[in-house]
Design a protein around this ligand. Structure first.
Ligand code: C2E
Ligand code: MG
Ligand code: MG
Length: 756
């Protein structure tokens, strides 16, 4: 059986049909002009022989001369010569030799194994055998072949005639025909066929292709096929064949063998691009990779070099070559960065100048002056942290950005930096004291918003000039008020950790009462600080400062823990009390998990959730509404009561009530005192109380200072109260010694307790 694997286009089929039509006409002309194929020209007839183009070394085009050459060509040329023909060769353009038989472009066609009919069905006549061509099987290296009669063989379509001969020899064989050698090899690799069959001369050429290095010729020749010329069986055709047979008979066998040897021993195969790619692909790839890597490395190196040079340039621009401290340019950038990254750090900026430096240079020499400047730079650098900066502006002018650190720090700087500089020459045994004039500018909160380094330097310089003009030496502060404030802030924030461990904080309790019954219903924990240096501090000073510098959480954790310890002790004494604790707006951050923190606390101290009431100031709800609401909901889920502190002191009170799920509202009475019309204030309070109740929340009024306020509140329906009228915040010992069993009556006199 023969199967055809074709990808020929419709155009090719149409061409074939036209060729058939043409052949019909040619056949007719043969009948009238029997010798027209061999045109008689100048005594010798010329014979046009059609040969296939894809059979190197049997038929191929010589790359140098462009002529058609090969074993078949030489054999035919010799035979034709003996037969008295001049012979020319043309490559057949038809798909198969059977097609070519139908064309009148050729007088004879070769090679044929035996006479076959043309595509149009006409019979042919063939010459005697020019030579025996061995046909061999080729398969993949490792492939084991089935018996010949069951073999699936692939052949080139142009070998159509040969395929018929093979079928006659091996009837069980299955032959698949392919357009090109590449198609047939692919079929072999895809296991469509077991082996490929072709003329072994052709194999000796084709298998030189590197991509086919895995293909092997089966050692035993499968069969030999005759190698004949053929033409249509017409009178003219028979004449040509007869004459050729004479020529073939006259060709000596030795001559034929010489022709075969000549062509098979030549190195004919020429590498094309794909062969080079196959052969040297890996090397090419590695070379390309190497080249690419080298290119990348070179580019990276150049880039690194450029960056390094830029860095060096930047360093040169940003640093003072004499002292190694920053230049003014570098100082500007550094200060901007520091203020941006540490907006909560209180800083001052100083402008420092050596008085009469010119005379030092004149009397001691320039090198000694340079040495002094280097010494000053080095000493300052030793004293400064990474969050501070120093620069030499020019000559003997240095600027320093330093954290505010209170008086001790100033003294320290005097001892560590300024005194050694002042005594620089004296320490060398020379009678010359260096005088330093400094001006200090303390940064204000606005300086962190709009950072103008030059402006700050100007202000420090103004103070420095005051010293220079009026005194020998020393420092002046441009803004002393800010300096004092800065020092106090520094004392508060820098001392907090020590204060916490030294027990400087005291938790006071301010009881809350029911005015109707006189009973104590709760108490608020309020913090007091007996600062080691500054004495008693008011919460209104240190709480906002700690909030501003984001340190309040440390204090609050301490207060909550102390309150829980007290509650635990009272529980053990059989007194089940509830305490309201304050939660700063700065405490509430997603990652802190405040509800979880309180939940842990009550478990550690064995408290019940109703013993802790959490006060969150009203304004906090405005800042991060969503987080606050989530926190509130979670706290209530754990069973804690949540109170909105200072209600009425902000701007969004009424709006807040709508969304915030708190248990109790703490109404701040203080704002009422500031309003002009007390009657209107009372109307507002009355309606506010009604509204809070209508919304299902309870209410406590804080800041109740007199009986009139208390009675008015009660008449409005608010009995829960907290204020100096009843109790002032008191230390825990005092609170514990209070007799809670005696109810405080409405008409009783106000509290006499002293606020610590
Ligand atoms: P607050 O939470 O609204 O606490 C009530 C404040 O009103 C307390 O001031 C209390 O002493 C004062 N007060 C109570 N009754 C009266 C009165 O009849 N008249 C007047 N004029 N004032 C009264 P204090 O203790 O100075 O606390 C001020 C604020 O500092 C507190 O306001 C609270 O927001 C905050 N605070 C106090 N301790 C802490 C704490 O431990 N942590 C946090 N985060 N904040 C605290
Ligand atoms: Mg409070
Ligand atoms: Mg309050």
């Amino acid at each position: 059986m023969i199967k055809y694997h074709s990808n020929r286009s419709e155009a090719q089929i149409a061409r074939r049909f036209l060729a058939l039509l043409f052949c019909g006409v040619v056949a007719l002309s043969f009948a009238v002009a029997p010798v027209s194929a061999a045109s008689a020209a100048h005594g010798r007839d010329t014979l046009t022989v059609g040969v296939p183009a894809d059979r190197c070394p049997v038929f191929y085009r010589d790359a140098d001369t462009d002529e058609i050459v090969g074993i078949g060509v030489d054999l035919m040329r010799v035979a034709a010569e003996h037969a008295g023909y001049d012979v020319t060769f043309r490559f057949v353009t038809e798909a198969t030799l059977k097609d070519a038989l139908d064309s009148d472009a050729y007088d004879v066609i070769m090679p044929f194994g035996s006479a076959i009919s043309s595509t149009s069905g006409r019979s042919s006549v063939v010459s005697d055998n020019l030579t025996q061509t061995p046909f061999t099987l080729v398969t993949e290296d490792s492939r084991a072949l089935p018996p010949l009669n069951e073999l699936r063989v692939g052949m080139l379509r142009s070998l159509g005639g040969g395929a018929e001969t093979v079928l006659q020899l091996f009837p069980g064989i299955e032959i698949s025909m392919y357009e090109t050698m590449a198609d047939s090899v692919k079929a072999l690799r895809d296991d469509e066929v077991d082996a490929l069959l072709h003329n072994s001369f052709v194999w000796s050429y084709v298998l030189q292709k590197p991509a086919y290095s895995d293909l092997r010729v089966q050692p035993s020749t499968m069969f030999s096929m005759d190698f004949r010329a053929g033409t249509l069986d017409t009178p003219a055709g028979r004449t040509i064949i007869e004459r050729l047979n004479g020529g073939i008979a006259a060709t000596p066998e030795t001559h034929r063998q010489a022709i075969i040897l000549d062509h098979t021993s030549r190195r004919l195969y020429r590498y094309d691009f794909s062969d080079y790619l196959h052969q040297y692909g890996l090397i090419l790839l590695l070379t390309a990779l190497l080249f690419a890597s080298l290119t990348v490395i070179t580019v990276q190196k150049r880039r690194a070099l450029r960056l390094e040079q830029e860095e060096k340039m930047r360093h040169l621009i940003d640093h003072d070559p004499l002292t190694g401290v920053l230049s003014l340019n570098g100082f500007r950038k550094r200060v901007e960065t520091l203020l941006r990254t540490h907006p909560d750090t209180p800083y001052f900026l100083s402008y420092n100048n050596i008085k009469n430096f010119k005379f030092i240079n004149d009397s001691m020499g320039m090198p000694a002056g340079d040495e002094l400047l280097r010494f000053w730079g080095a000493k300052s650098m030793e004293a400064l942290s990474d969050e501070e900066a120093i620069c030499r502006i020019e000559g003997d002018h240095f600027a320093v950005l330093r954290r505010c650190g209170g008086d001790e720090r100033m003294l320290q700087d005097e001892t560590d930096v300024l005194d050694p500089v002042r005594n620089f020459f004296i320490d060398q045994g020379k009678d010359k004291r260096v005088q330093i004039c400094s001006g200090v500018y303390v940064l204000t909160p606005e300086d962190y918003q709009q950072i103008h380094v030059d402006h700050m330097l100007d202000l420090a310089r103004v103070a420095e000039k005051r010293v220079r003009d009026t005194r020998k030496d020393g420092y002046e502060i441009y803004n002393p008020g800010q300096w004092e404030k800065g020092k106090r802030v520094a004392d508060i924030i820098s001392h907090l950790p020590a204060a916490l461990s030294a027990g400087e904080f005291q938790v006071c309790y301010q009881p809350q009462i029911n005015f109707k019954t006189g009973e104590i219903t709760g108490t608020e924990a309020l913090c007091r600080w007996n600062h080691a240096k500054l004495g008693w501090l008011r919460p209104s000073e240190f709480i906002p400062t700690l909030e501003e510098y984001d340190l309040i959480y440390d204090l609050d954790c301490y207060v909550w823990d102390t309150v829980c310890q007290d509650l635990h002790r009272w529980n053990e004494q059989g007194k089940h009390r509830s305490v309201s604790v304050n939660l700063s707006r700065r405490d509430i951050r997603e990652e802190r998990n405040i509800p979880g923190h309180f939940y842990n606390l009550i478990h550690v101290y064995g408290l019940s959730a109703d013993q802790l009431r959490i006060e969150i100031t009203e304004s906090a709800y405005v800042e991060d509404h969503a987080l606050l609401i989530r926190t509130t909901v979670k706290l209530r889920e754990f069973g804690f009561q949540v109170e909105m502190d200072d209600f009425g002191s902000g701007y969004s009170s009424l709006h807040m009530l709508k969304d915030v799920p708190v248990d109790r509202i703490k109404m701040d009475l203080q704002f009422m005192s500031e309003t002009g019309d007390p009657e209107k204030g009372r109307i507002i309070i009355r309606h506010m109380i009604q509204m809070v109740h209508s919304l299902g929340m309870s209410l406590i009024a804080e800041g109740v200072e007199n009986v009139t306020q208390a009675q008015f509140l009660q008449s409005c329906g608010c009995s829960e109260m907290q204020g100096f009228y009843f109790y002032k915040p008191m230390p825990v010992q005092e609170y514990e010694s209070m007799d809670e069993t005696v109810p405080l009556l409405a008409a009783e006199s106000p509290s006499t307790a002293k606020q610590p």
